[in-house]
Unconditional design. Structure first.
Lengths: 114, 275
């Protein structure tokens, strides 16, 4: 599923739109521990987190992630947005919890594979 | 959904707990590695899914009324966390699933999350209490002891029979305030006053002080170090979380000297409205 389609189906709000929306999403990784994401997230995963500080941009960039989804209506910091724009890291937010948005995305991607 | 179903769906191993506890009904789930987020958004009766394996995960579970903790990605709680879980009678499981898969499997099978809008505080029951006052020392910079004062207060409040909704709000605020002292100050003190009408938490620390309180009160504003963040704190939710849970909240700070918080909770909101 393309990132553009995924964001539409999940009703995500876009905070930083510089980047590739046509990328094929490979799955998702949910974690708030940056070292975990560095160690385990896979390329083109979307990253589900409540962390909003600027370090998330570097992690997304280094791991080649498709996008970041901030949960519980968290908004990215100013510095985070600025950096994300420079680095072409797409950032969304949702009012859903990490649990619910993971669940919905899991269902969407599972349906697609059958 | 029963805890047994969760164990089966996630092929989880039980590290602590009993067969009887597997029959517990789990109402909702909360998945996070940031304990402030759990304190802000979970509702009691939930299962906590986390990758944070230190003792703060169990303290947070205890304070938010979690019925079980499941560690993801094959993580196991450290010895201190496991010991506290046994003491507090919280079943502990570990699964090899990643957080995302664990959430997906449970959601697919009908377990619900808690959204912002649903997360309203239930109204409190009216009861009478004896007055009570006690002071607790908080050791600054000691992460592994961090939260122990708040869990002690929770036990005391349960003993004197304070309404569970109020216990949750008071101990959530106490925990955030205590962790602020642990993270930023050399030492501090929490004084707890319970009167028939209110709970008053007073926190004083010898710390760096807060230069701009308005800024510090903004959600998401944080001066946390990477270490604090990896321990599940420092997401800039602490002070806003305290304010959100309190009926009245005051903060006084002097740079280079320290910070004092005055946090009040009404025990009889209904009675007051009638008067």
């Amino acid at each position: 599923m393309k990132l553009s389609e995924l964001s539409g189906l999940l009703g995500l709000a876009t905070h930083q739109s510089q980047g590739r929306f046509d990328v094929e999403v490979s799955g998702a990784y949910a974690s708030d521990l940056l070292s975990d994401v560095m160690g385990f997230a896979k390329e083109k995963n979307v990253w589900i987190t409540c962390q909003t500080h600027e370090n998330i941009v570097a992690v997304a960039k280094l791991r080649n992630l498709a996008a970041i989804i901030l949960v519980n209506s968290h908004k990215p910091d100013e510095a985070t947005l600025r950096l994300a724009r420079e680095e072409n890291v797409i950032i969304f937010s949702t009012s859903e919890s990490a649990f619910a948005i993971s669940g919905k995305l899991f269902n969407l991607l599972a349906k697609q594979n059958h | 959904m029963k805890l047994r179903d969760i164990q089966r769906l996630l092929q989880a191993e039980m590290l602590s707990g009993t067969e009887i506890q597997l029959e517990k009904d789990i109402a909702s789930a909360c998945s996070s590695d940031l304990m402030s987020d759990v304190l802000a958004f979970s509702r009691s009766g939930h299962v906590l899914l986390t990758g944070l394996a230190n003792v703060q995960s169990i303290r947070t579970a205890n304070i938010t009324g979690a019925k079980a903790v499941v560690y993801v990605r094959g993580k196991k709680p450290d010895a201190e966390a496991l010991e506290l879980a046994k003491l507090k009678d919280i079943p502990v499981l570990t699964t090899r699933c990643m957080m995302y898969e664990a959430c997906g499997l449970l959601y697919q099978n009908g377990l619900l999350g808690v959204s912002l809008l649903e997360n309203v505080q239930p109204s409190a029951e009216v009861r009478d209490y004896n007055s009570f006052s006690r002071s607790f020392e908080i050791a600054g910079r000691n992460f592994s002891r961090g939260g122990s004062v708040s869990t002690t207060i929770k036990d005391i409040f349960e003993d004197i029979g304070i309404d569970s909704a109020i216990i949750r709000r008071t101990t959530t605020a106490a925990y955030e305030a205590e962790m602020n002292v642990v993270m930023y100050a050399e030492r501090g003190e929490m004084i707890v006053h319970v009167t028939p009408d209110l709970v008053h938490l007073q926190l004083r620390d010898e710390g760096p002080g807060i230069p701009d309180i308005g800024l510090a009160m903004q959600e998401g504003y944080s001066t946390a170090t990477p270490e604090m963040r990896e321990r599940g704190f420092g997401a800039g939710m602490g002070l806003p979380n305290i304010k959100k849970n309190a009926d009245r909240f005051e903060i006084f700070s002097e740079v280079g000297k320290g910070t004092r918080l005055e946090i009040y909770f009404d025990l009889h909101p209904v009675r007051k409205n009638e008067a």
